[in-house]
Design a protein around this ligand. Structure first.
Ligand SMILES: C[S@@+](CC[C@H](N)C(=O)[O-])C[C@H]1O[C@@H](n2cnc3c(N)ncnc32)[C@H](O)[C@@H]1O
Length: 218
């Protein structure tokens, strides 16, 4: 089984008793979490029976025990207190929000890697979770953020809402800041409405503040 940098980072954050790998698809997170003994059991779920079958086949091939495969929408197939950790990777932020809005009790830790709409997800999370980590990963020419959250509350600054809680010591974060700066500058240079222009300006200012705060490292 090969596992890329994004999924390696996801697996590295998993630690608990029973994991729900929500939207498991190929099943790599499920299997790797068990192979590395990061959890004792995995409930692998997917809304698509075809995707779930891929996970089932990988589990069978690797002769892994302690995996249950369940087909269904989000966490609807998980009962209260069945699992203590949930991983959701490879979905958009709004889909993840929808899934977490219906979470069973007993979940202590979330490991999330949204493909997009990360700001909306952070806004949602801070109301009922404490964001322990939120850092950038550059993999296959895409930027992702890996968010680890526990039950609680948080109050993110404008910068943290936009950029997460990373440090410039992470080379991927530095690259992400420069890529975002370029994106917002490009949008500004297009004929966009004033409110969009001002929003881009605000984001560029936050990014510059972050980059300039550690100028000696650049
Ligand atoms: C792009 S794949 C990601 C697979 C893996 N988690 C990863 O990060 O590589 C997304 C998977 O999520 C599943 N999915 C999408 N919406 C879902 C939902 N509401 N509940 C459960 N699974 C869902 C899809 O069927 C698909 O298999």
């Amino acid at each position: 089984m090969t596992i890329d940098k994004r999924l390696t980072a996801v697996v590295n954050e998993i630690e608990g008793n029973t994991l729900v790998d929500c939207g498991c698809d190929h099943g790599k997170v499920t299997c790797e979490a068990l192979l590395q003994k990061r959890v004792n059991k995995v409930i692998a779920t997917d809304i698509s029976s075809k995707s779930l079958e891929k996970c089932f086949n990988l589990v069978k091939k690797l002769k892994l025990e302690n995996v249950e495969c369940r087909c269904g929408d989000g966490l609807e197939v998980i009962k209260d207190d069945e699992a203590d950790i949930v991983c959701i990777a490879g979905m958009g932020g709004y889909e993840i929000i929808k899934i977490l809005s219906n979470a069973p009790s007993g979940i202590k830790k979330l490991v999330l890697c949204p493909h997009h709409d990360t700001v909306a997800l952070r806004e949602f999370l801070q109301k009922s979770y404490k964001i322990e980590k939120d850092y950038a990963i550059y993999c296959d020419e895409h930027f992702y953020n890996l968010i680890v959250a526990t039950k609680g509350r948080d109050k993110l600054s404008d910068k943290e809402l936009l950029l997460g809680r990373d440090s410039l010591e992470n080379e991927d974060y530095r690259k992400q800041l420069l890529a975002l700066r370029e994106k917002y500058t490009k949008i500004q240079n297009m004929d966009v409405p004033k409110d969009r222009f001002d929003e881009c300006q605000r984001c560029i200012k936050l990014i510059d503040g972050e980059l300039n705060g550690s100028k000696k490292d650049i």
